[in-house]
Design a protein around this ligand. Structure first.
Ligand code: ADP
Ligand code: ZN
Length: 671
């Protein structure tokens, strides 16, 4: 939806920006072709409706005897053209209204009469017979001429028109690609221009932080950017470094675009909005030149914000999945973006904000200092967040008093801001259709059903039963983290479904490996298994929800044995530098078997340990799960309030296992 409106903005803009071309109606090539086509058709028609009249053999015989006939031409063995002597045309009453022969542009001399002859074999004897009698009367005889004529009009219509259509179509395509503005011919040169929509003094961004509900942490982080844009001198005189790029990471519809717009609105700065996919075109070099153009425009308007939505469209890691250099164009575009980001100093006041929900596939080069060095995770809203978003969107519609934001937010687990905006709009539409004066709860219910129906197709809605399972699963992780000495306790437990990235992403950032003791790794495995263990302990059933957990521990346990030599049976070996090619294993079948056995043993052991721990702490587990069901999000302090202080000192950051599994990803977004 947002996209469409953006496109609409774009169109409006480009029509405004018509600039010099304003007032002068745009010349449309299509009309020329239509005119030519009509002209050709007209030619065809005149040929038949025109001067030539039909004649019969007896007419012809009569004229021949009167010596009126100048020529008789058999055309294409089908018709006979009769040309009358010019003097007779005027002298004789017989030919009244018939004009003298004339030559037209596309056909030969126009005959005065056309005779349908059927077959030449029939005509010839008749002419011979006529000539015999003409000779007797001492009158000029008739010689039959034969002619094969091409009807140029018809040829043009059959061959020329398709050609013209083809050319027209081609020009249309080129214009599309060129993206609108400019006169004819200008289009083709506009192809390298950026398609960014500019919101500035003329098309102001009137969105402020008040329009963005929730997202308090994110807002706080971007406040700095706002402050800088308002007051760049203050920062630059002190030599402070402002981030050049801010990457907003989160699932679609959570308000990333909205937040970026609000930053521009708050700072009263121009705002360029473009989608990553707008850079990518089928022509080589276009993407890079669009990037250049965008940054040139931005520098002119500085201080300002460039917002690149869906940056993954160009920011994908280079060289990955490149089939025979098929991605060259995208790589060029990305390189140009990197060059531009490096190319201007921070104090120029151009800040780039970008949004993605797939930070994992972004090229590492984008994350380097001086580029998108700041990442802000934007999560799906929790209960409180949803309530605030409902409040924002309910301001614009007339709701009856029985509808409150808090009841609505309880009914919409898993909804993102865009879904909520959608629900409010639908409800208002339905109420209007029912001729109501205010939007009631039943309207909202109807709208909810409709929106949920749409979301269910995308598999994004959780049933109450699933919610219970998820609550226990997450509580299982949390309990294990709390009561295992070497595990890294969770800082936040949530059952709000989350996409691939969001806050969890920050945890993947440190690429360095720390020296980790074996018991830490084992505790990490145990804790990661805690989710599935809880499901098993409580429901005696397990679900698919643990896929990413299992993936993580499988990788980790193979790592421990194959790379870090942490298994007694396999021994102090590391195949780290020798692996990498599964066809060429550096170890024997037997060792491979042993490794598999060891991995299985280790995981089985930890799974049993997790289940035992959870049985021992069943009371705490139940308490956490029900608190989660009620509040959706629990922080460290909530945990302490519910199950008491953690009996161990927390491991220092970096001392925990390889990848702290703070966020568990369940039912991720596929988009
Ligand atoms: P994203 O860019 O993350 O895909 P958008 O910023 O385009 O999402 O959000 C789409 C719409 O959803 C917004 O225009 C707004 O109406 C609504 N919305 C999303 N998040 C919020 C929020 N936190 N507060 C208010 N409205 C929101
Ligand atoms: Zn889990």
């Amino acid at each position: 939806m947002e996209k469409e409106s953006r496109k609409r903005d774009n169109d409006q803009r480009s029509s405004q920006e018509g600039g010099s071309g304003d007032g002068m109606p745009r010349f449309n090539f299509m009309w020329v072709y239509i005119l030519i086509g009509v002209g050709l058709l007209a030619l065809q028609v005149t040929k038949f409706s025109g001067a030539s009249k039909n004649a019969t053999w007896s007419d012809f015989e009569r004229w021949a005897r009167k010596s009126h006939v100048q020529r008789l031409v058999v055309v294409n063995d089908k018709e006979a053209y009769v040309y009358i002597v010019t003097d007779s045309l005027t002298a004789s009453k017989e030919h009244e209204g018939i004009k003298p022969t004339k030559k037209t542009l596309l056909s030969a001399d126009q005959p005065q009469y056309v005779m349908n002859i059927g077959k030449v074999e029939v005509l010839e004897p008749k002419v011979t017979k006529l000539n015999e009698s003409l000779q007797k009367e001492k009158k000029p005889v008739i010689t039959v001429e034969y002619d094969q004529r091409v009807n140029w009009g018809a040829v043009l219509v059959t061959y020329g028109l398709p050609l013209l259509l083809f050319i027209g179509l081609w020009i249309l395509i080129i214009r599309r690609v060129g993206g609108g503005a400019g006169g004819p011919g200008g289009q083709i040169f506009n192809i390298g221009k950026s398609k960014a929509t500019l919101f500035d003094n003329t098309a102001k961004v009137n969105i402020t932080f008040a329009d963005v509900a929730g997202l308090d942490e994110a807002k706080e982080e971007v406040m700095e950017v706002v402050d800088f844009l308002k007051n760049p001198k203050k920062y630059t005189t002190l030599g402070g470094k402002i981030p050049k790029g801010v990457l907003l990471v989160g699932p679609p519809g959570t308000g990333k675009t909205l937040l970026a717009k609000a930053v521009a609105g708050e700072a009263n700065a121009p705002f360029f909005s473009i989608s990553g996919s707008d850079f990518v075109e089928m022509f080589v070099g276009v993407g890079a030149s669009r990037v250049r153009d965008l940054f040139r425009q931005a520098r002119e308007k500085a201080p300002c914000i460039i917002f690149i939505d869906e940056i993954d469209a160009i920011g994908r890691a280079r060289g990955r999945g490149a089939v025979q250099g098929g991605n060259d164009e995208r790589e060029n575009t990305l390189n140009q973006l990197l060059v531009e980001m490096d190319g201007f100093p921070t104090d120029k006041g151009v800040i780039i904000m970008a949004a993605t929900n797939r930070p994992d596939i972004l090229d590492q080069a984008l994350m380097r200092p001086g580029r998108f060095d700041r990442q802000i995770g934007i999560d799906r809203p929790d209960l409180k967040g949803r309530e605030q978003i409902f409040q924002v969107h309910m301001k614009n519609i007339k709701v009856s008093p029985e509808v409150t934001a808090s009841t609505l937010s309880e009914m919409t687990p898993g909804f993102v801001g865009a879904d909520i905006a959608n629900v409010c709009n639908e409800a208002a539409l339905i109420a209007a259709r029912r001729d109501k004066t205010a939007v009631g709860l039943d309207d909202f219910n109807y709208a909810l059903d409709k929106v949920i129906g749409g979301l269910e197709k995308k598999n994004k809605i959780i049933s109450p039963e699933e919610k219970r399972i998820i609550a226990y699963h997450e509580a299982g992780h949390a309990i294990c983290g709390w009561y295992l000495e070497h595990a890294h306790p969770l800082v936040k437990v949530t059952i709000v479904p989350r996409g691939l990235a969001a806050l969890g992403y920050a945890q993947y950032l440190p690429k360095e490996q720390y020296i980790t003791r074996k018991e830490k790794l084992l505790d990490d495995i145990c804790m990661t298994l805690g989710g599935r263990a809880a499901e098993s302990v409580v429901f005696d059933k397990i679900s698919t929800g643990a896929q990413s957990d299992l993936d993580h521990i499988t990788r980790l346990s193979y790592d421990m044995i194959v790379n870090y030599g942490l298994s007694e049976k396999v021994g102090n070996v590391s195949y780290f530098s020798m692996l990498g090619d599964s066809f060429n294993r550096p170890f024997s079948e037997q060792t491979a078997y042993l490794i598999d056995q060891e991995v299985k043993n280790m995981i089985d052991l930890e799974y049993t340990r997790a289940k035992k721990l959870l049985r021992d702490k069943r009371m705490q587990l139940d308490a956490l799960a029900s608190a989660l069901l009620e509040k959706e999000v629990l922080h460290r302090a909530d945990l302490e309030a519910i199950i008491g202080k953690r009996p161990f000192v927390d491991p220092k950051p970096g001392e925990s296992a390889t990848i702290p599994d703070v966020e568990h990803i369940h039912g991720g977004d596929e988009e």
